[in-house]
Design a binder for this molecule. Structure first.
Ligand code: NAP
Length: 608
């Protein structure tokens, strides 16, 4: 594997840059915050519910009584299913909107799609399925195939209902089950419900005036239309050579698709509100010798090392095993501490933050200079430079994106001054009062992540005991036990970013949650209980525990340029990480394991 040296970063004038960052933020802040986005429902429902990858086969509605329904067949749902199987719970169904397993990797097949973080850490159940990723950053099809591999390996296809969207979830006290209705007319009564919908499941659209007026073609990156563009996720878009294409959005999805659109289209216009910060991709194939050298447990050690870089810090002498843009700031900081023999300074948290901030500013300046080195036109280069701190937005890794702006058939339009694209018309997009005509507009506008939960879940009603809505219960913030169960919502299990632990590999977080869920369901069954629910006191205790460890990072987030990472700059917005237990991811694992090891199910009430 590669040698992981610190990067060479330039000196910076931090106070001057801070001023610049704030000015760039202010330019983009919109009073509507999250509400600037349109939901993919009603006239826009196809942007979410339509499947361009596989025809939906008609079927009869299902009426069913079952033990467990897992909502979602992405990695989270697959991990939950695997853990239930391990616990001996086999009477479950996975209900999935897509036509196969994979979740985001089923839906997102836009050209250039590739993991942006270490595949050896991210792809789940590697040792269990005997699979090793082909390269450090897997392409989208490898991820999708791995989801299928998990499905086949553990025999999960027989448990799945595809092309099915859960519309409502209602707890029924009479039968101690959840009544579940779907878009296919199914009526399923499940004892337990595991929510594995994933954090990035539902596309959203920019609320641009005139969006419905456009008479040309449109689609969202998460529902790529290859019938229109030709090609596949590796590129080769051979049907758009005579087309003028516009793309709105330059986040992770936009950046990956843009080089391929540019290669295929007659002309590509990129509408950019905020530039992404682009690290070198520097992908490499998996080294067989390295694989040969791995000892059992290698993956857990690698994930912990990644966690240390992103959410804690290295121990003196600890190498950076990940060695990419995610770990650059921590790696550079550790190198300086080694040089100066300065590790003792980290005992002071304020000093730690100060040192980290310096490396953050230096690393971002390195990336701005990289833009100058690659992009030939200085004006275009300037527009492509990110002026905000590392982790204000999702880091992006790409070697083809910046050179794309040297192509004669590509135009970059900076719409930061108007806080986004001003207007869409029948024929195209208005820029500075001038209408530009396009054949197609691609929306790379992201997902319902920190918008209202009603929008993200798209399930209504979502009602617990006495018809109480989960959206009301969590209306003023999450209320859970262990980030998983909520009082008034018996037999219901949440996953993802709620009130749990966060780590650099999302799939590891799903594993932590699935272990806990499988244990509770199995215990309830073994003890003959039909209902398991946290008490109000246990829920309140967990909220207090979470508060005890809470970290005030509001200065950092409010100073960031808007995006979903900071709830579009809404000061009281929901963090994309939920309301995490900042006591530490591994500390939470230990806490949950200890809780389970007593066998007391403390804080839960069981009913027969
Ligand atoms: P995103 O990061 O939310 O980006 C949305 C883009 O649309 C932003 O550039 C945004 O500009 C722009 N936009 C929104 N409204 C606009 C308007 N009115 N006018 C002009 N531009 C507008 O969405 P995404 O790129 O799909 O990524 C979402 C997340 O999914 C990522 O952060 C990542 O976590 C995940 N993802 C991962 C991968 C991977 O691992 N390979 C790939 C794709 C996505 P502003 O920045 O100014 O808001």
């Amino acid at each position: 594997m590669q040698n992981c040296a610190p990067t060479q970063t330039p000196d910076v004038d931090i106070p001057a840059l801070r001023e610049k960052y704030l000015a760039e933020r202010d330019k983009r802040l919109r009073p509507e915050g999250q509400k600037q986005y349109l939901e993919a429902d009603n006239e826009f429902a196809e942007f979410y519910e339509g499947d361009p990858h596989m025809p939906v086969v008609p079927r009869q509605p299902i009426t069913d009584d079952i033990e467990v329904v897992i909502l979602g067949g992405g990695f989270c749902g697959l991990i939950a299913a695997h853990r239930l199987q391990q616990a001996g719970v086999t009477d479950f169904r996975i209900v999935e909107l897509g036509g196969d397993f994979g979740g985001v990797w089923y839906w997102n097949r836009y050209p250039g799609i590739q993991i942006d973080s270490d595949a050896y850490c991210y792809l789940p159940l590697l040792e269990e399925t005997g699979y090793m990723p082909k390269e450090k950053y897997s392409k989208g099809d490898e991820c999708f195939e791995h989801a299928q591999r998990i499905g086949k390996h553990f025999g999960l296809y027989d448990n799945a209902i595809f092309h099915t969207l859960i519309r409502s979830l209602e707890w029924d006290d009479e039968i101690d089950r959840w009544q579940i209705r779907t878009n296919r007319g199914d009526e399923i009564r499940a004892r337990f419900v595991v929510m594995a919908q994933g954090p990035y499941n539902r596309p959203k659209l920019p609320g641009i005036p005139g969006i419905t007026d456009f008479k040309g073609h449109t689609f969202h990156t998460a529902r790529w239309d290859y019938d229109y563009t030709g090609g596949d996720l590796h590129g080769g878009l051979d049907k758009i050579a005579d087309k003028k294409i516009a793309i709105i959005g330059t986040g992770s999805s936009g950046v990956q698709a843009i080089p391929h659109l540019a290669q295929g289209a007659k002309h590509l216009t990129v509408f950019q509100r905020t530039p992404s910060y682009i690290f070198e991709r520097a992908n490499y194939p998996t080294d067989p010798e390295w694989v040969e050298s791995l000892e059992p447990g290698w993956r857990a050690a690698r994930q912990r090392n990644f966690h240390n870089a992103a959410f804690a810090f290295y121990n003196p002498g600890e190498p950076d095993l990940i060695c990419d843009g995610w770990t650059e700031v921590a790696r550079n900081m550790a190198a300086k501490l080694n040089e100066t023999n300065g590790w003792a300074a980290l005992a002071d948290p304020a000093k730690f933050m100060e040192l980290k901030e310096i490396e953050d500013y230096r690393s971002m300046e390195r990336l701005r200079r990289r833009v100058d080195e690659i992009v030939e036109d200085p004006e275009t280069a300037e527009k492509l430079k990110p002026y905000y701190r590392n982790m204000c937005k999702r880091p992006v890794f790409n070697d083809e994106y910046l050179p794309t702006f040297n192509r004669p058939n590509v135009t970059l339009v900076d719409v930061s001054g108007t806080k986004g694209v001003e207007r869409i018309t029948e024929k195209g997009i208005i820029v500075d009062g001038v209408e530009h005509e396009f054949d197609c507009i691609v929306f790379a506008s992201g997902f319902e992540i920190t918008t209202a939960l009603e929008r993200q879940f798209d399930i209504a009603p979502f009602a617990g005991r006495e018809g109480t809505s989960l959206y009301d219960h969590w209306g003023k913030g999450f209320r859970t036990l262990h980030g998983i169960m909520a009082h008034g919502f018996p037999n219901h299990f949440a996953t993802g970013f709620v009130q749990g632990g966060v780590t650099a590999s999302t799939t590891l977080m799903f594993e932590q949650q699935a272990d806990h869920i499988a244990y509770i369901i199995k215990e309830a069954q073994t003890r003959g209980a039909t209902v398991v629910e946290p008490t109000a006191e246990a829920e309140e205790d967990w909220i207090q525990t979470v508060r005890t460890y809470s970290v005030d990072n509001s200065t950092f987030t409010t100073e960031c340029t808007p995006g979903y990472y900071n709830s579009e700059g809404e000061p009281s917005g929901r963090s994309f990480l939920g309301d995490p237990f900042w006591g530490g991811f591994y500390e939470l694992t230990e806490l949950l394991e200890n809780w389970r090891s007593t066998g007391k199910l403390e804080g839960l009430v069981l009913e027969k």
